[in-house]
Design a protein around this ligand. Structure first.
Ligand SMILES: *[C@@H]1O[C@H](CO)[C@@H](O)[C@H](O)[C@H]1NC(C)=O
Ligand SMILES: *[C@@H]1O[C@H](CO)[C@@H](O)[C@H](O)[C@H]1NC(C)=O
Ligand SMILES: *[C@@H]1O[C@H](CO)[C@@H](O)[C@H](O)[C@H]1NC(C)=O
Length: 374
């Protein structure tokens, strides 16, 4: 048969492989729903490309797990079009100041005066056609700077990600400028796969919660524990002590890393808090962010970003429900390949496989140089 029907044999082998994959035992994750933790790409693959740009979102989708969630920090232009860009001003992450040198403003945000270029002072046409985006973190590649215009939420939805995460940070500011984020979100086409809406603003979450009719999960985004939430006038650290009260207006929380794994002053890990277990006991999801490969968070990880993800998803006590990251391919690798894989970590002779560098770390530095070999 192999001779006359060579393809048949191949198909049989493939079918067998597929069956084996289906029969393989599914690892039990200690997430709230038992599914693998989500990889949430903050502004797409923002570790490499300018955040929330076409390339950042496209590469996040091609280089991550199929279910990668694309995150968008929502801003509105003067004509009410939704753009993805973090922060409140545009001048740090775009070249808007060069294009419109005289359109900077100073506005109040709470009690603070903020100076810069604001989306609310520009039409969507101006932002799409005339304003290009750049990398905000200067140690990251500037290769893709000034190549792409600002990206709208519609553009991003057009890439057909499985799930979208919208973060709303400054609802009150937009209302002061007669723009209504809640209204914008409620009027989005029903087929946009918006799975999560997060905000650090409790009044916003409470207000939109009643109107969403379950179309998206609401996530309370906790800022640093000494920062005060403006609508209830308590610090985020204090609010988190009463998880039951959060359950009343959100399906989950998004917290900085140290809420789960605190570090001491010397950047060594302390024992974990009980936050994830406590929240899961109440039925609240726990997402953690924002991870990045190029920041030092604790020496316990030995400068290995994958080790850090594993600390949050592959420990005996809990798995967080989502990892928000600037480097979604690394988080994807940790979830799909490294977690629950301790038994396979060693080669058959019980030793770690040999890693042979090609001219040193030649992907980062020029090959065969002292930096690459170090
Ligand atoms: C800015 O955009 C508008 C609208 O698309 C266009 O008419 C105008 O020529 C652009 N200005 C510059 C300086 O490119
Ligand atoms: C919060 O704590 C950080 C570091 O511990 C400090 O730098 C910052 O100023 C504090 N912020 C407020 C609002 O107290
Ligand atoms: C982190 O490293 C320190 C120093 O090696 C060690 O004492 C501590 O137990 C480690 N913490 C965790 C959570 O692994």
């Amino acid at each position: 048969m192999g001779g006359r029907y060579p393809h048949m044999l191949l198909i049989l082998i493939l079918l067998h492989g597929a069956n084996a994959a289906i029969d393989a035992p599914v690892e039990k994750w200690q997430t709230l729903d038992g599914r693998p933790p989500l990889v949430i790409a903050r502004g797409g693959f923002s570790g490499l490309f300018p955040e929330s740009s076409k390339f950042a979102y496209e590469f996040a989708m091609t280089a991550s797990l199929p279910g990668v969630v694309l995150e968008c920090d929502l801003q509105l232009s003067s004509d009410g079009v939704g753009f993805c860009r973090s922060g409140l001003t545009l001048d740090k992450s775009t070249l808007i100041a060069e294009m419109y040198p005289k359109k900077d403003k100073t506005y109040k945000l709470g009690l603070e005066d903020i100076h810069g270029w604001f989306a609310v002072d520009f039409t969507s046409d101006e932002l799409i056609n005339n304003v290009t985006v750049i990398q905000t973190i200067f140690s990251r590649p500037s290769t893709f700077d000034a190549m792409m215009g600002m990206y709208t939420l519609d553009d991003m939805a057009g890439l057909h990600p499985q799930q979208i995460w919208v973060n709303v940070e400054f609802d009150g500011f937009y209302r002061d400028h007669n723009l209504d984020i809640e209204d914008y979100l409620l009027k989005l086409p029903k087929d946009y796969p918006i799975a999560y809406i997060s905000s650090p603003d409790i009044s916003f979450l409470k207000s939109i919660g009643g109107k969403l009719k379950g179309r998206a999960k609401l996530i309370f985004r906790c800022l640093a524990d000494n920062v005060t939430e403006t609508s209830v006038k308590k610090s985020y650290g204090e609010i988190l002590k009463d998880l039951k009260s959060i359950k009343a207006f959100a399906s989950g929380i998004m917290v900085p890393r140290n809420y789960v794994w605190p570090v001491n002053n010397n950047l060594y890990l302390l024992p974990p808090t009980s936050l994830v277990k406590d929240a899961h006991a109440l039925g609240l999801e726990v997402h953690v962010g924002s991870f990045a490969n190029d920041i030092l968070t604790s020496y316990n990880y030995s400068y290995d970003p994958a080790a850090e993800y594993l600390q949050f998803i592959n420990n005996p006590d809990f798995t967080v429900d989502g990892l928000m990251t600037d480097f979604p391919p690394t988080a994807s690798g940790a979830v799909a390949c490294l977690a629950h894989n301790e038994a396979n970590a060693l080669a058959s002779n019980g030793e770690r496989p040999l890693i042979i560098t090609h001219n040193g770390a030649s992907g980062v530095y020029a090959g065969c140089t002292d930096l690459a070999y170090q």
